[in-house]
Design a protein around this ligand. Structure first.
Ligand SMILES: [Zn+2]
Length: 529
């Protein structure tokens, strides 16, 4: 067990032992593929560096080669001789053999070998990313083997990215533009310093010294901060994917066919310019109001989009939904960045997604119901998110979405229970339609809310009601449902959740009233536009 490994990176790199919840998926999506996925790539960089040190001396070459293999076997042992790492070993071994024997085809064969190896073991989608990154790196190193260390690293970083980017485009409709830049920073730092130091201190001391641990953790935090910019990551549409796939195939073919190094450089530059240029095609100029109740398992999350501004109410839980799945979920709707977030309250199933969604969500645009002021919950929250706004009326400061007087539902004096401190949102969808959500309110709060706001609500002939507290039996009493008389009820609920939400009495009531029900566990996202 490695203590203090807050982000789980060393568990992954050294022990192949994931910790949950960890921001691994988010970091990968944002383009930090080499933080975790490529023990192989780190070893590759380490080997390239050692080769430099060796020079022409046969004696030193033998010692350093032995040391390198000792290091590889050591890591493999720490990882419990897992099968996946054997792929790296096979690649390294055959590459060394090909080099030793002076094979001319060594530039291309990592691709061939990696494919054969994975076909033999059975293709797994996670592996594709992994071996593409490694073989891209190998290819890059082979192509730049006579160049200086900086150029070699540039080739390694760009080539491994060029191999993985089309897969990301194809699978997730996303692309991380800054990956080669991140790799230029992280690969040398991790491969040459942090990784070997951590492995050896773990083996010798049976722990990793605090200062080293804090370098790791602060490094990751710094990277997350660096990635907190819209330009680092894009969501793209089908036509862009198709053009970039064709482009990458053509480029690869030309790249491999053209022997002249002068042209290779030219191709790399034109490649980067064209790929960055693709981003410009992705401008969405439509101005429309869109509202999506996201299926986030047992929790709540609403996406509101208007005039290219994206705002969210609650972010679901980190228990049911992996943060990267949440980002890809948003990517499906073309979202690159969330502009601000409002939390109905701070329970895990509504606010738990925030910490791991960083840096997707700008923490200086987080708003929480001001009823929570001075509570224990607020004090805990402020330790992590000191720039949170405690919103008087529970509405976004930016005002980009038409909120209607969304006051907290409770008028009771401040208690400590999250459900007593619920805020309510009303969103005007059109002249005639309104969306109403009371968070995890109970029937008492629903009543208070109704008494205060019924006039405003009744101005809208069509009403979408998100059923309170995931369909709990303590909310949504007949009186309230009859009065609101929604045209549609939405229940945000996890499949087979252990609270047994939604309660059959609530479902019965809605059916009796002939109100169509959309359940996220059964029907997925609820989309309105
Ligand atoms: Zn809840």
């Amino acid at each position: 067990m490695i203590s203090g490994d807050e982000y789980g990176i060393l568990h992954r790199l050294i022990l192949n032992d994931p910790i949950q919840p960890s921001p691994e998926g988010v970091l990968r999506l944002l383009g930090f593929v080499h933080l975790y996925s490529a023990s192989g790539l780190h070893l590759l960089a380490l080997e390239a560096f050692l080769q430099r040190l060796i020079g022409q001396s046969v004696y030193r070459k033998k010692i350093l080669t032995l040391l390198f293999w000792f290091f590889i076997i050591l890591i493999w042992k720490l990882q419990g001789f897992r099968l996946g790492f054997a792929r790296v070993l096979v690649l390294f071994f055959l590459r060394a053999l090909a080099r030793e024997k002076g094979f001319k085809w060594r530039v291309y064969y990592p691709l061939f070998l990696a494919l054969c190896f994975d076909f033999a073991l059975g293709i797994n989608s996670g592996w594709q990313h992994y071996y593409l990154a490694i073989l891209g790196g190998m290819l890059g190193l082979e192509l730049a083997k006579d160049q200086n260390v900086f150029i070699q690293h540039l080739y390694l970083a760009v080539a491994s990215w060029l191999m993985t980017a089309p897969l990301d485009l194809y699978e997730h409709h996303t692309i991380s533009w800054m990956t080669p830049v991140w790799s230029m920073i992280t690969i040398p730092l991790i491969a040459l310093i942090l990784y070997p130091l951590s492995v050896f201190s773990y083996v010798i001391l049976d722990r990793i010294p605090d200062f080293l641990m804090s370098v790791w953790n602060q490094g990751i935090e710094m990277l997350l901060k660096l990635a907190d910019h819209g330009f680092t990551f894009s969501v793209v549409n089908e036509s862009v994917i198709l053009s970039s796939l064709i482009f990458s195939i053509v480029t690869t073919v030309i790249f491999l066919k053209v022997a002249d190094k002068k042209y290779r450089k030219l191709f790399i530059i034109s490649c980067l310019i064209t790929l960055f240029g693709f981003k410009e095609f992705n401008l969405d100029t439509k101005v429309r109001m869109k509202l999506i109740q996201l299926d986030v398992g047992q929790g709540d999350s609403l996406l509101v989009k208007k005039n290219n501004l994206t705002e969210m109410i609650d972010l679901g839980t980190s228990r049911d939904v992996k943060p990267e799945a949440m980002i890809l979920h948003l990517a499906k709707y073309g979202e690159n960045q969330v502009n601000s977030v409002l939390f109905s309250h701070l329970d895990e199933d509504h606010a738990g997604g925030l910490r791991l969604l960083l840096p997707w969500v700008p923490t200086d645009h987080v708003e929480v119901n001001s009823n929570l002021e001075r509570t224990e919950m607020m004090r805990n929250w402020l330790q992590f998110f000191p720039t949170t706004t405690w919103c008087e009326k529970g509405c976004f400061k930016s005002g980009s979405v038409d909120w209607i007087n969304a006051k907290p539902a409770s008028s009771k004096k401040i208690g400590n229970s999250g459900n007593d401190l619920m805020s309510t949102v009303m969103i005007q969808l059109s002249e005639k339609e309104i969306y109403l959500a009371l968070g995890d309110s109970d029937s008492k709060q629903e009543e208070i809310f109704w008494n205060r706001h019924h006039k405003e609500i009744m101005m809208y002939p069509r009403r979408i009601l998100k059923i309170s507290h995931h369909g709990s039996k303590n909310s949504s009493k007949m009186d309230f449902i009859e009065k609101v008389s929604p045209n549609r009820a939405v229940i945000s609920v996890g499949f087979h959740n252990h609270y047994h939400h939604p309660h059959f009495s609530v479902i019965n009531l809605l059916m009796k009233e002939h109100i169509p029900i959309h359940r996220t566990d059964r029907d997925g996202d609820f989309e309105w536009q």
